[in-house]
Design a protein around this ligand. Sequence first.
Ligand SMILES: CC(C)(COP(=O)(O)OP(=O)(O)OC[C@H]1O[C@@H](n2cnc3c(N)ncnc32)[C@H](O)[C@@H]1OP(=O)(O)O)[C@@H](O)C(=O)NCCC(=O)NCCS
Length: 183
Amino acid sequence: MKPKTTPPTKTRKSKAASARTMGGNPGLPAKRVSDSQLRLSLPMNPDMANAVGNIHGGIIMKLVDEAGGFAAMKHARNVTVTVAMDSMTFLSPIKIGSLVSFQASVNWVGRTSIEVGIRVEAENVLTGQVTHTNSAYLVYVALDQYGQPTPVPPLLIETEQELRRWHEGAERQAHRLKRAKAK
Ligand SMILES: CC(C)(COP(=O)(O)OP(=O)(O)OC[C@H]1O[C@@H](n2cnc3c(N)ncnc32)[C@H](O)[C@@H]1OP(=O)(O)O)[C@@H](O)C(=O)NCCC(=O)NCCS
């Protein structure tokens, strides 16, 4: 009788050829992307809106920064400050009463800096319709007890998607530093 073989399990995110640790301080234990991923969801109330019932862009930017900052702190397990925020485009208005979620995920880490990507979605809870309203990339720097930049753990890259995001993050960071140097 032929021995039974188990077919390979298909996973939604394809696994990278092998997990690898990238960036950060090799002396610190590497962290998975999933270790610091988070979703912050909250209702949009009238005090957050303008006269026609659209939520102020500044409120969304603050919450984006907050979600990204907590993901960065979860990765670093240290205080972090925002050093850069890429330009943000508001793709569609967010109305009072929407439930807005901010999904934050670490894309790339340098020596002391961390790039976090944040995806913003607004849900109309009466219809279930979910609209992608923004995406943003922010960079945070981990600080020690003296307020000085301090090394962060390496990132453990486990999937092809994480690897793609890593390379895109590295490229964006190179552009940011080039722009900052040119000023
Ligand atoms: C963040 C801060 C501590 C960095 O100080 P610094 O003297 O530039 O320190 P460094 O030169 O060592 O840079 C630290 C890291 O920030 C990165 N960085 C500096 N300027 C950057 C920029 N414009 N964009 C992206 N990253 C930047 C560096 O590349 C470095 O990363 P690395 O260690 O991974 O290579 C300092 O700029 C600061 O305190 N800024 C104010 C932060 C703040 O208050 N934010 C709240 C919103 S106002």
